[in-house]
Design a protein around this ligand. Structure first.
Ligand SMILES: C=C(O[C@@H]1C=C(C(=O)O)C=C[C@H]1O)C(=O)O
Length: 168
């Protein structure tokens, strides 16, 4: 097999978290809960800030990456809700208890911060944007993501590289 792209550990962990948005949405649909949960978002952001400090990463950088994880998850959840509201459509049956899927998300949060630490030297360089693009494409293909999840995966990676490639 071809070698894995340099940042595929990171993009695989990000995709794993994003894939759980479907189960989150189904659970919220079953319970009638809102997609947005600002209190839970604060817990996630505060937790990953501490994980960043433990690994000598900039907590502001890691929080920024996780704001994108949260927004990407909500992109998927909102689109699924919109589909399930269409005539003749139904949500998959799910338990209204978000606890188990949030426990899985918590584990992936740690995995993502670990992968950010493993990629700390590349994220500040001009190699980051192309490596992230290649890894994202490989991860999306491996995961069998549909266009909605591919778009959300790209959204989730938007703050990973800290080098600007735009002209100024
Ligand atoms: C994934 C969830 O939905 C939203 C996204 C969150 C996240 O990605 O961590 C947290 C809270 C919600 O605003 C959830 O409620 O757990």
């Amino acid at each position: 097999a071809a070698p894995a792209p340099a940042m595929s550990g990171l993009t695989d962990a990000i995709a794993g978290r994003l894939a759980l948005a479907d189960a989150v949405a189904a659970s919220k649909w079953a319970s009638g809960a809102a997609i947005d949960d600002p209190a839970r978002e604060q817990v996630v952001l505060d937790t990953v800030s501490q994980l960043a400090l433990d690994r000598d990463l900039d907590p502001g950088y890691v929080r920024g990456v996780f704001r994108d994880q949260i927004e990407a998850s909500k992109t998927v959840q909102r689109r699924l809700f919109a589909q399930w509201r269409l005539p003749g459509q139904t949500a998959p049956p799910a338990t209204p208890d978000l606890g188990p899927v949030r426990a899985a998300i918590n584990e992936l949060n740690v995995a993502i911060v670990d992968e950010l630490a493993a990629s700390r030297d590349i994220v500040t360089t001009l190699r980051c944007p192309p490596e992230l693009t290649v890894s994202t494409a490989q991860t999306a293909a491996d995961a069998g993501f549909d266009p909605l999840h591919v778009a959300a995966l790209v959204q989730a990676g938007a703050s990973v590289c800290t080098v600007s490639t735009g002209s100024s």
